[in-house]
Design a protein around this ligand. Structure first.
Ligand code: DQA
Length: 146
């Protein structure tokens, strides 16, 4: 049987991990993070399909496509978390379980980061634990798709 495919989608500026504000986001690069996700997913009998985009429309298109090819979505939408009705709508249309992840604790930061368009439609939200959050999200996703 094929492993359930999970879209692990990172949004804008997350390609800059390791360089960008390391005191907030850590020293790990996106490649490091993706490699860890692939490994963790395999241990859980899942397949992590890791993607990143700085373009909102591209993320919408990938989320729409996941509807038929994937079993769930782990999403760190970066700043689009706080602005994007389009991502909210695309996630609803996908009819897939969604887990929202943030590296930083968005509730301990500026007030404009406290609102998320993703949280109301997510199965759960994990923030503040750095890259461990993706591991935890994969564990939770394994239960969601079981
Ligand atoms: C982030 C938090 C967002 O507020 C920010 O815009 C990001 C990263 C996080 O992972 O902590 O780009 O999603």
């Amino acid at each position: 049987m094929n492993a359930a495919k999970i879209l692990v989608l990172n949004g804008p500026n997350l390609n800059m991990l390791g360089l960008r504000e390391p005191e907030i986001y850590g020293r790990e690069t996106l490649d490091d993070l993706n490699a860890k996700c692939v490994e963790k997913a395999a241990k859980l009998g899942l397949e992590a399909d890791c993607r990143q985009s700085n373009i909102e429309g591209e993320m919408v298109t990938w989320i729409q496509g996941a509807r038929t090819s994937h079993k769930g979505i782990i999403l760190n939408a970066g700043a689009y978390t706080h602005t994007s009705v389009a991502l909210h709508d695309a996630l609803l249309a996908s009819e897939l379980p969604v887990i929202e992840v943030h590296l930083s604790n968005i509730f301990g930061r500026e007030s404009f980061r406290h609102h998320s368009y993703i949280s109301p439609i997510a199965a759960g939200v994990i923030c503040g634990f750095g890259s461990l959050g993706y591991d935890l999200a994969l564990e939770a996703m394994a239960k969601q798709v079981a």
